[in-house]
Write a protein that binds this ligand. Structure first.
Ligand code: SF4
Length: 344
């Protein structure tokens, strides 16, 4: 399947006032395919929101991209540059759906004027034309046009998030970067936002979604593939059902094992939690970054960084773990992918 977005060897760091650099994203290479939702999951501090910020072209000091390129619909962008893509093209290529609609909306601005502000930032338009376009899009997605007259505080949390989803996609962006768009919502509002994103894809208003979340079960409802991030690196990547049902990386297994389930007997047997916490960015462990928390860590894990390589026979499932590779006897010259971590 053709890649809409292809990111190569992305490294990024936060630079402190004393010159120390905290490496938040380290050698990440991922593709987002046409019509796909790629979920990015991990604990807080694993680099997923930093990744979202960079790919949304919003990186600003103290965050610096050290290396990395991106291809979006045939356009090449050097992510180390301050303006990787012409501003005139950005809005139609990439848009961001933020976590908290309330923070993204000016409380003194009606929805209709927010829509106007967004559209006129990217193209010539009039208030009347912008209001008409926003109203048509609301109707298309099954929302009442009367919300155009409302201020953000007059909408429920779920409606605000759906309205900001409409505003974020008014320019029909090719790619939507959704950064924890449902984490502040109740379950039914989460479902409404997920259904709206699916609807936007089905109608080809958008062509692909990078969906950042810490909620692994939610990805079952929306993501085609999942990338599990740990300490700035991709630990596992594959089709959603395979990653959730048969995770290969010990960290992905631990995340799956932490999912809360309603049945007490299953919960007692299965919910294990993950001991410890992600590493301090200022003191990243040598070798595999998960080794201080990993029950399977061995000498090699503590010394050498495991490459992200194929772990199945479908050409679509990858993991970065020495023990997984050894167990599958992939080390006998049968590596697919390679130490650069490039996967499709
Ligand atoms: S490489 Fe070693 S420490 Fe890292 S996840 Fe695999 S077994 Fe655990």
């Amino acid at each position: 399947m053709a890649a809409l977005l292809s990111v190569q060897n992305l490294r990024a760091a936060y630079r402190l006032a004393n010159g120390v650099e905290l490496h938040a994203v380290d050698d990440v290479s991922i593709d987002l395919r046409e019509g796909e939702v790629l979920g990015v999951v991990g604990e807080s501090g694993c680099g997923k929101s930093t990744l979202a910020t960079i790919l949304a072209l919003n990186a600003a000091p103290p965050l610096y991209v050290k290396s990395g390129t991106m291809q979006v619909q045939g356009r090449h962008a050097d992510l180390t540059e301050s303006d990787p893509l012409p501003r005139s093209e950005r809005g139609k290529l990439i848009s961001t759906l933020p976590q908290s609609a309330m923070n993204a909306m000016n409380p003194t601005t009606r929805v209709r004027d927010l829509a106007y502000d967004v559209l006129r930032a990217h193209e010539r338009t009039t208030r009347k034309a912008a209001w008409g376009r926003a109203g048509a899009r609301l109707e298309q997605l099954g929302l009442p046009t009367r919300v155009l007259e409302r201020y953000p505080h007059e909408l429920s949390g779920g409606m605000r998030q759906r309205v900001i989803t409409v505003i974020s996609t008014l320019l029909d962006p090719t790619i939507l970067i959704a950064d924890e768009p449902t984490s502040a919502l109740d379950v039914s509002s989460q479902r409404a936002v997920v259904e709206m994103l699916k609807d936007l894809l089905a109608r080809k208003i958008i062509s692909g979604v990078l969906f950042i979340t810490h909620d692994l079960p939610l990805l079952r409802h929306i993501a085609d593939r999942v990338a599990v991030m740990y300490a700035g690196k991709v630990a596992e990547l594959g089709p959603t059902e395979r990653v959730i049902n048969t995770p290969e990386h010990p960290y992905a297994r631990a995340l799956v094992g932490s999912i809360l389930v309603p049945e007490p007997h299953i919960r007692a047997a299965r919910v294990l939690g993950i001991p410890g916490s992600p590493p301090d960015l200022a003191a990243m462990p040598k070798g595999c970054r998960f080794h201080p928390r990993c029950p399977l860590a061995d000498t090699r894990s503590r010394e050498e960084v495991p490459p992200l390589v194929e772990v199945g026979d479908s050409g679509s499932h990858f993991a970065a773990c020495w023990r997984t590779l050894e167990a599958r006897q992939l080390l006998a010259g049968n590596l697919v992918g390679g130490p650069d971590g490039r996967v499709g």
